[in-house]
Design a protein around this ligand. Structure first.
Ligand code: NAG
Ligand code: NAG
Ligand code: NAG
Ligand code: NAG
Ligand code: NAG
Length: 303
């Protein structure tokens, strides 16, 4: 009997040895964990997020065509990232002069990244000729609106405007287009300050279900939702379930399951059966029948 127990525990020990590649892609930057679909190592993660994150002196940076942003956090449960742009206007400081990044994503990456629906972009100091105001002032064409209870009427109350020497009344009721125009990302699809002819921008979000009172309590930053389902995630789930790490082919961007010493285009179990799996299972069968023989031999002594 003890031989049988020994054999069973040997098998239990062998399983983790066979599939030990599950965390080869995980990395850390400062106190932020980087996991699928993101990665810092080439070939890891989903190809939609390749060349996106960089760790510089323990600071995680996010790079897209409009520029670089600091990543404040990655929320894997809600599939979102929070980004910071040093030239983003907040309540305390209004930054004009067109220095902000805005938010423009490469065309091929757009299905994977989108500022969240409850994130408001407030475009500041846009010219009368801005595409935003096509049709202004004839009325209903101005796209400016409140997003998740956040908008310019409240933002005008921020102290940053006083510091600029602009009084609240003058801001809200000018004759030209408004100096601030709040908008959800979805209605413009890209925040390109030079194309929109704007001097600056702010971006804020509220973390539901908390409703905060005023603009000094909004969270400033860009809240971005990421989406892996856009390209079918069942591949990665199957890969991880068999002990692999999800990655992609760096040349052709197809999905790859990294199984330690080899890569699979499906999952780690399938490759086992096709290649080394044959030898392993033969060995298991051989030792299995040897144990049966030994057990029978031992039992024959008792009889
Ligand atoms: C990470 O560190 C920063 C300060 O460097 C802190 O503000 C933040 O809360 C930390 N995040 C986590 C998830 O611990
Ligand atoms: C598996 O794929 C990754 C990413 O493309 C690559 O870096 C690695 O060298 C490959 N490993 C093997 C054993 O082919
Ligand atoms: C923003 O728009 C300008 C002018 O249309 C263009 O030259 C520039 O490439 C755009 N920037 C990005 C990041 O797409
Ligand atoms: C935004 O909300 C404020 C206060 O709730 C309101 O006074 C204002 O008219 C709204 N603005 C727009 C454009 O809907
Ligand atoms: C996702 O991929 C799996 C196989 O990798 C396939 O069986 C399934 O139908 C796909 N689902 C969608 C929605 O494309």
């Amino acid at each position: 009997m003890s031989i049988l127990v020994f054999f069973i525990s040997l098998q239990v020990l062998l399983v983790p040895l066979v599939s030990g590649a599950s965390h080869v892609c995980r990395s850390y930057c400062g106190n932020i964990t980087i996991d699928y679909p993101f990665a810092l190592k080439s070939g890891c993660g989903h190809s939609g997020f390749r060349d996106l994150l960089f760790c510089i002196n323990d600071i995680l940076m996010f790079h897209i065509s409009s520029g670089s942003y600091r990543v404040l956090n990655i929320d894997y449960a809600y599939q979102s990232l929070t980004l910071h742009d040093p030239h983003l206007s907040t309540c305390d400081s209004i930054v004009l002069g067109g220095r902000g990044n805005g938010f423009v994503v490469e065309h091929w990456r757009a299905p994977y990244l989108n500022p969240s629906a409850d994130n408001v972009f407030m475009l500041l100091g846009c010219s009368t000729q801005s595409p935003l105001f096509q049709g202004f002032p004839s009325g209903n064409h101005v796209p400016c609106r409140n997003v998740s209870g956040m908008g310019c009427e409240e933002y005008y109350g921020c102290r940053g405007w006083m510091d600029l020497g602009l009084a609240r009344m003058g801001l809200a009721y000018g004759t030209g287009p408004p100096i601030c125009c709040a908008i959800p990302f979805d209605s413009i699809k890209s925040v390109n300050l030079s194309r929109l002819e704007c001097q600056g921008y702010s971006s804020a979000y509220t973390l539901a279900p908390l409703r905060v009172s005023g603009p000094s309590e909004w969270s400033y930053g860009i809240r971005v939702k990421y989406n892996v389902e856009a390209n079918n995630d069942s591949f990665c789930k199957a890969c991880e379930a068999t002990g692999g790490s999800c990655g992609h082919d760096v040349g052709r961007f197809g999905q790859l399951c990294m199984c330690g010493t080899w890569n699979s285009t499906s999952d780690c179990d399938t490759v086992m059966k096709l290649s080394v799996g044959g030898a392993t299972s033969t060995m298991v069968e051989l030792s299995g029948s040897m144990i049966t023989v030994i057990a029978m031999w031992l039992m024959s002594f008792r009889m």
